[in-house]
Design a protein around this ligand. Structure first.
Ligand code: OAD
Length: 260
């Protein structure tokens, strides 16, 4: 069975991670133009880092839920599988979805990368992490980063290679998607039509999510939408499951594996 799964923030909601546009969603209470654009970062990198630090801590304290576990089970069950997630948290990976079967199309919140050169690192421990190799002073003599005594005070980081600002490894509004990841999605779509497409926990606000779901289900595949609410994708779905993902996905995956 060839399966494509597309997920959004709703899948992590039951792990205690806020969505963006839900009642207590991030974009209901915070202004994305102040926190999730390159301009906002240039204007006030400390404000942006403080928000990402808070989000990283919340994700560390969270655990994958039954929806993440069900998707991981499905990924192990069939070789022809791809998960495309808009989520920058690591809950799909922690549930056991292998990296080669997953595309984080909006990046990974635990990646810290240079705004100018290729330097980057991943750190899932304390936030933000500092590679051991970092000296406290850079070439320009600028104070690199005095080891924060606690998580409450986080210095903005400078690249040890080129001295530019370091930023969270996520995609911000107005930025291109990572082309290597887009290529992986397109390669999977070109690799044959799917038997089943599952879209869970997303408002499907971004056009490419709808495009990929429709492209993958173009030859009569089942298109299952799991979302308590209506989305622009609902009218294309062959099956609407208006339930929380942690309730619906274990059942749907059981069925697929039993009758697949
Ligand atoms: P949204 O917050 O836009 O949508 C969350 C969706 O999940 C809504 O449709 C909810 O109805 C649904 N939902 C809530 N709880 C659920 C549950 N327990 N089970 C199933 N569904 C549930 O989040 P996304 O669609 O992921 O991008 O947002 C897409 C992108 O917009 C994000 O990746 C982020 C945001 O701005 C960037 O920052 C680039």
């Amino acid at each position: 069975m060839r399966v494509l799964v597309l997920t959004g923030a709703g899948v992590s909601a039951e792990s205690g991670i806020p969505t963006f546009r839900g009642n207590d969603g991030y974009w209901r209470n915070l202004d994305p133009t102040k926190l999730a654009t390159p301009e906002a970062f240039a204007r006030d990198p400390q404000l942006v880092w403080d928000w990402y630090r808070e989000r990283r801590q919340r994700i560390r304290n969270a655990r994958p839920n039954a929806a993440h576990d069900a998707i991981a089970r499905l990924a192990r069950w069939t070789d022809e599988f791809l998960l495309v997630t808009q989520n920058v948290d690591d809950l799909h990976a922690r549930a056991g979805v292998a990296a080669e079967k997953m595309v984080q199309i909006h990046g990974d919140i635990f990646v810290t990368r240079c705004t100018r050169c290729e330097f980057s690192y991943v750190g899932r421990g304390g936030s933000p992490e500092r590679p051991e190799s970092w000296a406290t002073k850079s070439k320009s003599g600028r104070l690199r980063s005095i080891a924060p005594t606690s998580d409450d005070h986080v210095n903005v980081r400078w690249c040890p290679k080129c001295d530019a600002l370091m930023r969270p490894g996520v995609v911000w509004f107005g930025e291109q998607l990572p082309w290597k990841e887009v290529q992986r999605v397109e390669d999977f779509l070109e690799g044959g039509t799917c038997d089943v497409v599952i879209v869970a926990g997303t408002t499907a606000t971004l056009g490419y999510i709808i495009d990929w779901a429709l492209c993958a289900s173009r030859d009569g595949a089942e298109l299952i939408e799991v979302n308590p609410e209506e989305t622009p994708l609902s009218r294309f779905a062959t099956r609407l499951v208006r339930e929380p993902a942690a309730i619906a996905l274990p059942r749907i995956v059981d069925e697929l594996i039993a009758f697949g």
